[in-house]
Ligand binder design. Structure first.
Ligand code: 59J
Length: 585
C-alpha cells in the first residue's frame, strides 16, 4: 500500500474521532447547563437535605428552691415537633395522618403551613411526651423533625406562684424570680453539627461545636413550710370573709429575709390559660394602700424622739373628736378621754395620734417615716415593685400633719410595712428585705431608731395585743406578741368609702427577743366582721403560732400556758425549759 492511498483513510478516521469528541463535549456542556441551570433548584434542595447542619442544643434551666433546698421550679426534658414547610409540602397526602397524631385540627395545620410556606422552620407542637414524639417520627414524613427542649414545672403550684413567677414556652422568665434572675437561671444554649437525611431527620451527630452550659440553681430565702401555713390561713380568711383580695408577708427581723410572701387570689403556674392580672399580681410588692392605724407606732416613735412625750405622757382625746380646721375633724370610734401615749396605741386613738403629730415639727414625723423606708422602693428588686408615696414635709399643712399621723395621705406596700415593723422589732436596726438567703453579700443594715425608743414602742404594741387591746385575737399561746390593728376606709371617687375597708394587722414575736415580723392585709372583707382586729389579727396569730414552732423558737410566755415558773426552774431530769414546755404544747 502506498502512503497516498492511506491518507484519505487516515483523514476519515481523524474526522470521525474529532466528531466524537465534539459530540461528547456537546453532551457534557448540555449536562452542565442541565445541572447548573435547569435543574439547579431541585439538586440544591436534594443536596441540602442531606447536608451538614448546625442546630441549637437547649440548655437546662437552673432549679429554684426554698431556703432548705425544697424544689419550687424544675425543668424536665420534653420534645418539640417542628417542620420544614417546603419539604412537608412534598408529602401533602400525609398531612391528615400527621394532624391526627399531633392532635391538631387538619385545617389548622394546613393554615399554619400555608402561612409559613416560605420558611424553613415552623413548630408544629411543642413540649410533648417522648411517647407522642415517637409516634410522630414513626410516620416518617419528610420535613418533620424533633427538637429537645425543657419544660418548667412548679411543684408548689399556687402557693409560691406570685414569688417564683413563671417562664414562657421558650424558657424565658416572664414574672417573679424567674424574671428577676433569668440570666442566672437560664444558662447558655450549645450547638452541634449534624447530618440530616432526605427526610430532614438527624442521622448522625457529626460534632459538638459548643456544649450547652446549664443554668445555675437559685435558692430563695423563703421557707416552704411557713409559706404553706401563711397561704392556707390567708386563703381561708379571704374565703370566709368573701374579701376581694389578701396579702401576707413574714420576715426574719434579724436578717431581713422574706420567709413567706402570699396573696389571694392566686393561680396555678402549671396551667395558666386565661389568666387575669387580678390573679397574677404579687400584691405584697405591686399594690399600695393607706396604712391607717398601723402607722401609729411610728408616730409614737417620732413623739418620743422629739423629747416632748414619754410613754406615760397624758393626752386629752377629749370626747372622741378633734377639730383641726374647717376641712378636717379627726374622730375616734370610742371616747377614751384622758389617756397616756401607751393607751393611745393600745386603743388606737386617731385623736391621740393627731395630737402628738401636731405637737412636734412636721420634719420630725417625716424623718422617721422616711428612715423606715416609706416612699422608697425596698431592695427586693422584685419586678413591678411600687415605691409607695410619702410627700415632702415642706408641703404639709395641719391637715396633712394630722391625717398622716394615723395613716392617711401616704401609701405603702405590705412588704414596706413589714420591713418597718421588722426594724421596730430589731431595736431599730433595719435590715434591707431580701428574697434570697442573707449572708452572701455585704449586709444592708441601717439604724433607723434609737433602741430604747424601739423598746418603748414595742411595749405599747404588746398592750395592743393584750386582752384589753384592739388586737387581742393576734395572741399566740406560749409567746409574748406585739402588734397593731388597722381598719381603713378605702379611697373611692370623691372621698372615703362608707362600706369598703382594708383590714390590717402588723406585728412581731416573740416580744422578749423578736425574731419574726408579719403583716396581714385583707382587702374589702364583707359581712359583720370587717375590723382589722377581727379579720387580720387571727391570721397573724395562727401563722405566727405555727412559724415560731417550726423555727424551734423558745416560748417566752410559759405562764399563759398554765406553766408555773417553779415547774421549769426545778431540776428536771435531762430536760431543758424549752423542751419540757414544748412537750405541753
Ligand atoms: C374607720 C378611717 C378614713 C380617712 C372609721 C374604719 C379616717 C379619716 C380622713 C370608721 C371604719 C369605720 C383622712 S375602728 O384603724 O378610724 O382595727 O380593730 O378609715 O378616720 O379621718 O367605720 N380600727 N379605724 N378611719 N378614716 N380619714 C379603728 C380605727 C383604726 C379598729 C377598731 C375600730 C378608723 C378598733 C377608720 C380595728 O384604728
Amino acid at each position: 500500500m502506498s502512503e497516498h492511498a492511506n491518507i484519505p483513510h487516515y483523514d476519515g478516521r481523524l474526522r470521525f474521532v474529532l466528531g466524537l469528541l465534539g459530540l461528547a463535549t456537546a453532551v457534557l456542556m448540555w449536562r452542565v447547563v442541565d445541572l447548573h441551570v435547569l435543574n439547579r433548584d431541585f439538586l440544591q434542595h436534594q443536596g441540602d437535605a442531606r447536608a451538614l447542619r448546625v442546630v441549637e442544643v437547649a440548655a437546662h434551666r437552673g432549679m429554684i428552691t426554698d431556703r432548705h433546698g425544697e424544689p419550687l421550679a424544675i425543668s424536665t426534658p420534653v420534645e418539640s415537633v417542628w417542620a420544614n414547610p417546603k419539604e412537608l409540602a412534598t408529602a401533602r397526602n400525609q398531612w391528615k395522618a400527621l394532624a391526627r397524631v399531633l392532635e391538631l385540627e387538619p385545617r389548622a395545620l394546613e393554615q399554619l403551613l400555608a402561612k409559613r410556606q416560605e420558611r424553613e422552620f415552623v413548630y408544629l407542637r411543642r413540649h410533648i411526651t417522648p411517647e407522642l414524639a415517637q409516634k410522630v417520627m414513626a410516620l416518617e414524613i419528610p420535613g418533620v423533625a424533633l427538637q429537645r427542649e425543657y419544660r418548667r414545672y412548679y411543684p408548689a403550684g399556687e402557693v409560691f406562684a406570685h414569688v417564683v413567677g413563671f417562664t414562657n414556652i421558650d424558657d424565658a422568665g416572664q414574672e417573679g424570680m424567674e424574671l428577676l434572675h433569668d440570666a442566672w437561671l437560664k444558662g447558655t444554649p450549645g450547638s452541634k453539627r449534624v447530618i440530616k437525611d432526605r427526610l430532614g431527620r438527624i442521622v448522625e451527630n457529626v460534632e459538638s461545636i459548643s456544649e450547652p452550659r446549664p443554668g445555675q440553681d437559685l435558692r430563695l430565702a423563703l421557707d416552704r413550710r411557713i409559706q404553706y401555713l401563711a397561704y392556707r390561713e390567708l386563703k381561708a380568711v379571704v374565703q370566709r370573709s368573701q374579701a376581694r383580695a389578701g396579702s401576707a408577708v413574714v420576715l426574719d427581723v434579724t436578717t431581713g429575709e422574706v420567709l413567706a410572701m402570699v396573696n389571694q387570689p392566686a393561680y396555678n403556674p402549671n396551667n395558666r390559660s386565661g389568666l387575669s392580672s387580678e390573679r397574677l399580681r404579687n400584691r405584697t410588692v405591686t399594690d399600695v394602700f393607706e396604712p391607717g392605724s398601723t402607722i401609729k407606732p411610728f408616730t409614737a416613735a417620732a413623739a418620743l424622739e422629739s423629747g416632748k412625750f414619754r410613754p406615760d405622757t397624758p393626752i386629752d382625746t377629749g370626747s372622741g373628736f378633734l377639730r383641726v380646721n374647717s376641712r378636717l375633724t379627726v374622730r375616734d370610734v370610742h371616747n377614751y378621754g384622758r389617756i397616756d401615749v401607751s393607751r393611745v396605741i393600745q386603743k388606737s386613738s386617731n385623736v391621740g395620734a393627731a395630737t402628738m403629730a401636731l405637737a412636734i415639727k412636721p420634719q420630725q414625723l417625716w424623718d422617721i417615716f422616711s428612715r423606715i423606708g416609706l416612699g422608697t422602693m425596698t431592695a427586693s428588686a422584685f419586678p413591678g415593685e411600687a415605691s409607695g408615696l410619702l410627700t415632702d414635709h415642706v408641703r404639709w399643712r395641719e391637715t396633712e400633719r394630722a391625717t398622716l399621723s394615723y395613716g392617711y395621705g401616704l401609701s405603702v406596700t405590705a412588704l414596706q410595712l413589714a420591713q418597718a415593723y421588722a426594724a421596730l422589732a430589731a431595736d431599730g436596726t433595719m435590715h434591707a428585705v431580701t428574697l434570697l438567703p442573707a449572708g452572701s453579700g455585704v449586709p444592708d443594715i441601717r439604724q433607723v431608731m434609737r433602741p430604747q425608743i424601739a423598746q418603748q414602742v414595742r411595749a405599747m404594741l404588746e398592750l395592743a395585743v393584750s386582752k384589753d387591746g384592739t388586737g387581742s385575737r393576734a395572741a399566740v399561746p406560749g409567746y409574748r406578741v406585739g402588734g397593731k390593728t388597722g381598719t381603713a376606709r378605702k379611697v373611692i371617687a370623691g372621698g372615703y368609702s362608707e362600706d369598703h375597708y382594708l383590714a390590717l394587722f402588723a406585728g412581731f414575736a416573740p416580744a422578749t427577743v423578736p425574731r419574726l415580723a408579719m403583716v396581714v392585709v385583707i382587702d374589702e372583707p364583707q359581712g359583720a366582721e370587717y375590723y382589722g382586729g377581727q379579720v387580720a389579727a387571727p391570721v397573724f396569730g395562727r401563722v405566727m403560732s405555727g412559724a415560731l414552732r417550726l423555727l424551734d423558737i423558745a416560748p417566752d410566755d410559759l405562764e399563759s400556758l398554765g406553766v408555773k415558773l417553779a415547774d421549769v426552774t426545778a431540776p428536771a431530769p435531762a430536760a431543758s425549759a424549752s423542751t419540757s414546755s414544748r412537750g405541753i404544747l
